[in-house]
Ligand binder design. Structure first.
Ligand code: NCD
Length: 313
């Protein structure tokens, strides 16, 4: 197994072999997480600090559980309430952190690139838990593991990513990962929610959901990121649901065994019909949550091995 990275900042710098290494190790952690005693010792003695400068429930809980199951001392810093409000720069935050000697730093930040900047200033392994519209690598990895388990492979699949692509770091990381693993990616959404220059990513773009869903293996829905919109992107939520919301009729256009995914949190009745989201024969949304813990355990385990090797050298 080879994974030679010091940080997990995005999917962009990863090779297909790195992705496979994380997913293969995560399979072991799926088994551990399903057993009665869920303890490993890969992070024993290490300190993990979670710094979320943006609200999060599942991602933060998932990283916290992942660290605790592997024996790390985990601390959550409530960043909204702390120094950022007082105008402390990211660099000052980094210096403060260095003085506390963390080993793993999990960071979510509203600005694209902020996590990379922090990684340059701290002496520990940094994991990006979502930076602005840029990347959310562990989300793409957990999506990949979910797809691989449901479909038996992670190549030559036809995958539709639907909705608010422009504001989505989940979409960006998934486009990169699925492309590297040689899948066909289709993006479906209104032109106002497609990022400029998207054609360079080697994807097919559709503004008609029915045309885009034709024959796909995977339907990945995205949340309308209203907090990143300053008005005018969609006519109304009702109209949006009519054209781009996933309901039974639109899902019938995909392959009969197509799976439905959503990173959460969901806006039921806006981008997805609640019944489809809850349909255990089609929806793998709960599997995504389960795979999230395992993938984060695997990513932190691999980074900790490299950190120990670097410090020993
Ligand atoms: C995503 C995020 O924060 O980027 N959620 C998540 O990590 N579970 C997607 C979203 O907020 O819509």
């Amino acid at each position: 197994m080879t994974f030679a990275h010091a940080h997990l900042l995005g999917i962009e710098p990863l090779a297909p072999g790195d992705i496979t290494a994380i997913l293969d190790l995560a399979e072991d952690y799926v088994t551990l997480n399903r057993s009665a005693v869920k303890h490993g010792d890969a992070l024993k003695g290490l300190t993990q600090i979670n710094m979320f400068f943006e609200a999060s429930t599942r991602t933060q809980a998932s990283f916290e559980l992942a660290g605790k199951r592997l024996g790390a001392d985990v601390m959550n810093m409530a960043m909204q309430a702390s120094s950022l409000k007082k105008g402390e720069t990211l660099i000052d935050t980094a210096l403060t952190l260095n003085a506390m000697h963390p080993d793993l730093l999990v960071v979510r930040h509203p600005q694209s690139g902020a996590v990379d900047l922090l990684a340059q200033k701290v002496r520990c392994a940094v994991l990006n838990a979502g930076d602005g519209r840029h990347e959310h690598p562990t989300q793409a990895l957990l999506d990949a593991l979910t797809i691989r388990r449901a479909k038996g492979r992670l190549h030559r699949l036809s995958i539709a990513i639907c909705g608010d692509i422009a504001h989505s770091r989940v979409a960006r990381s998934n486009i990169l990962l699925l492309g590297k693993m040689e899948n066909r990616v289709r993006l479906i959404g209104p032109p106002t929610l497609m990022p400029a220059g998207i054609a360079e990513f080697g994807v097919e773009v559709f503004d008609d959901m029915r045309a885009g869903l034709e024959g796909v293996d995977v339907v990945m829905m995205l949340r309308l990121q209203k907090e990143r919109m300053d008005g005018g992107f969609i006519p109304s939520e009702r109209e949006y649901y009519h054209r781009y919301g996933l309901d039974a009729e639109k899902l019938a256009i995909a392959k009969p065994d197509a799976i439905v995914m959503h990173p959460g949190p969901m806006n039921r009745g806006v981008e997805i019909d609640g019944e489809i989201a809850d349909d255990i024969n089609r929806s793998v949304i709960q599997d995504q949550v389960e795979m999230g813990v395992a993938v984060r355990m695997a990513a932190m385990d691999l980074l900790a091995r490299n950190l120990r090797a670097r410090r020993a050298a």
